[in-house]
Design a protein around this ligand. Structure first.
Ligand code: FUB
Ligand code: ZN
Length: 638
């Protein structure tokens, strides 16, 4: 196994730079989001979420744990993984600098300040964690199950890679910290070290990307070792079972993702990285098959993953109850990370749709309009409106109802922040003959093709509300090249309009290959109409229900006055229609069952009463923005 091309000189941010694969990812220096749905969210991320997260982390002592490590050791506050939140925030700030967003100078100052604090907290041998190893603290690596030490290091390495790829080519001190930490991990857990793994995967991702950045072979070897060690039950027994920790079955022998969703997804993403860099196509195919099965059997309509609250875990196949959807934001971010790696490796456009679904229905749902309130879990059915939350109070649980300003476990905020700041990296790739546009976002693209020719595109779209997509050539030469667009499965009947005319195009990839002229436009007209969606009958929890989707968006019924949506019955023989307020379906409301016992003769408990009425649905990502409400995505038809 070899890392062939150290990337130390690379500027222009990319979170993932595989040395091989079907597609080359374009980075922040090549793709800029210029407007529309996602630009609004990027700007709110910059002006709202990032400063909000910084101020909470200061206030709760999470950043302070680095600033005064010895003084803080005895009185350190927060869970054992709070270091990782500071690293994720640093990663978000780094992508934000790369994006050229709000106040890069102020961000640079914060990055420098946090980096200095982190560097000062690092032990001479490279070990770095604020909860272990100092006077009054447990010994290093004394709690591999819950300690999160390697998990935190993984996030440190990802932050350092982001910084190195966005700081203009200078040798950044955070990279030096990361290298020392990675060297220490290789010493401590290498072939002659402790043969263990961390209870929470993540180090694997960080090590491979650091190997890609630096060309350091042993980081890749160590990541491969961690992946190979997984599933051999080296972690202690726990009542959650080894599955929760991704330590029950070796990666190569698992058929589907299982256990704690975020752990499983990070590990799978790290395994893809290892597979790509080591030429292990069997491992790559195994993880791809795991993901495909997980998508087919263990994923909510929104793209959310995890249906078990108790252990934040995947349920068994088809166990996807709407009102118990856990669907953590972090699982959404992690699934995008995995799908992106699989897309780059395989070129399979199905992963575009995975990313699109999760972006619009998990990530966009997670964050309040001001960027300062958040969902941690994403239920698909809120039966009772929860009380409004104080804007200044940390939540101890996982919420439900209104978005919360902060959580004791605030993993999701900074995760969403780093994804949004670096979003332009997930939109466009280059293949052997040209460019592929994977997500339609208002953007400007300027890059070189595989043969070095300079090309440019401008993308304009009305998505997600309207389905027009215009791709304009802004730079080209007199040689042919290809522009590959995607017709999503929700856009059957799409039309392609070029200088050669208009034609209906099938779902899937559309390749336009020719000599383009500057100013030439390719227009894709994607039908965005409301449609009913039915669940696989094996999903017992939603059998007999329909949901409404429109373009890439899942819709929901919402009642701000707490009206009982639990007895709604939708007439699925009447197609949903667009209205000014959203999408309308025909519905009636059934009488509730008898008070003393919730079961009775079928004619009594299932017969709808009352006149049919119009029920307005709104995009799921908008729910609870006006305050507490009831909500449901799946609507019974009987
Ligand atoms: O354990 C660290 C993070 O906290 C996990 O990834 C999340 O699921 C939450 O439990
Ligand atoms: Zn989370």
């Amino acid at each position: 196994m070899t890392v062939t091309s150290p990337d130390t000189t690379a500027v222009g941010g990319r979170p993932v730079v595989p040395s091989r694969g079907r597609l080359r990812p374009l980075g922040q220096d090549e793709v800029r989001v210029t407007g529309g749905f996602w630009r609004v969210r990027q700007d709110v991320n910059a002006t709202g979420t990032i400063p909000h997260a910084r101020s909470w982390m200061d206030r709760l002592g999470w950043t302070g744990a680095f600033t005064a490590p010895d003084a803080a050791s005895a009185s350190r506050r927060g869970r054992e993984f709070t270091d990782s939140e500071v690293y994720k925030l640093l990663e978000a700030m780094s992508w934000e600098v790369g994006r050229g967003g709000a106040a890069p100078g102020a961000l640079e100052a914060q990055i420098a300040e946090l980096t200095a604090a982190i560097a000062a907290a690092q032990a001479p041998d490279g070990y770095l964690h604020t909860a272990f190893g100092r006077a009054g603290q447990p010994d290093r690596y004394s709690d591999m199950l819950w300690g999160h030490e390697l998990y935190c290091t993984g996030h440190l390495l990802q932050a350092a890679v982001a910084r190195a790829r966005t700081c203009g080519g200078a040798e950044d001190p955070l990279l030096a910290v990361a290298r020392r930490a990675a060297d220490h991990v290789c010493e401590a857990f290498g072939p002659d070290g402790v043969p263990g793994v961390c209870g929470h995967p993540e180090i694997e991702l960080g090590l491979v990307e650091l190997a890609r950045l630096t060309g350091e072979q042993r980081y890749l070897d160590q990541a491969a070792l961690f992946v190979a060690r997984r599933g051999h039950r080296t972690l202690p027994r726990h009542h959650f079972g080894w599955s929760y920790f991704s330590d029950e079955t070796p990666v190569r022998e698992s058929a589907v993702l299982h256990g704690h969703a975020v752990r499983a997804l990070y590990l799978a993403a790290g395994a893809v990285d290892v597979a790509v860099e080591t030429g292990d196509d069997e491992l790559l195919a195994t993880v791809a098959a795991q993901f495909d099965r997980t998508w087919a059997r263990r994923t909510y309509l929104t793209g959310g993953m995890g249906s078990r609250h108790a252990d934040e875990a995947f349920g068994d196949d088809f166990v996807l109850p709407a009102d118990r959807a856990y669907s953590e934001t972090c699982a959404g971010v992690a699934a995008i990370m995995l799908a992106w790696r699989l897309l780059l490796a395989t070129g399979d456009g199905r992963y575009d749709e995975v990313i699109e679904r999760i972006l619009y229905n998990v990530v966009a749902t997670a964050i309040g309009d001001d960027g300062r309130s958040f969902f941690y879990a994403h239920t698909l059915h809120q039966r009772t409106p929860t009380a409004a939350l104080p804007a200044d109070e940390e939540q101890l649980g996982f919420g439900g109802g209104p978005r919360a300003p902060w959580f004791e476990v605030s993993c999701c905020l900074a995760n969403a922040a780093r994804l949004l700041a670096g979003l332009s990296c997930y939109l466009v790739t280059a293949d052997d003959t040209g460019l592929r546009v994977h997500q339609y976002v208002d953007s400007e693209i300027a890059t070189r093709l595989a043969d070095g020719r300079e090309v440019g595109l401008q993308v304009r779209t009305g998505l997600p509300d309207h389905g027009g997509v215009t791709v304009r050539v802004t730079r080209t030469d007199d040689q042919p090249w290809s522009i590959t667009l995607r017709v999503p499965r929700w856009a059957a009947g799409a039309e392609l309009v070029t200088t050669h005319g208009r034609r209906t195009v099938p779902v899937g990839d559309i390749v336009v290959y020719r000599t383009f002229a500057v100013g030439e436009e390719i227009r894709l007209e994607l039908p965005v109409r409301p449609r009913f969606t039915a669940p696989d009958p094996r999903i017992d929890a939603t059998r007999g229900c329909v949901a409404v989707e429109r373009g890439p968006l899942v819709y929901c019924a919402e009642s701000a006055d707490g009206a009982d949506l639990d007895t709604v019955r939708v007439d699925a023989s009447v197609p949903p229609v667009d209205t000014n307020a959203g999408v309308e379906v025909r519905a009636r409301f059934a009488a509730p069952g008898p008070d003393e016992w919730p079961y009775g003769p079928p004619e009594q408990v299932t017969t709808p009463t009352g006149a049919a009425t119009g029920l307005t649905l709104v995009p799921y990502h908008r729910w609870a923005r006006g305050g507490p409400s009831t909500m449901r995505v799946w609507l019974p038809t009987a």
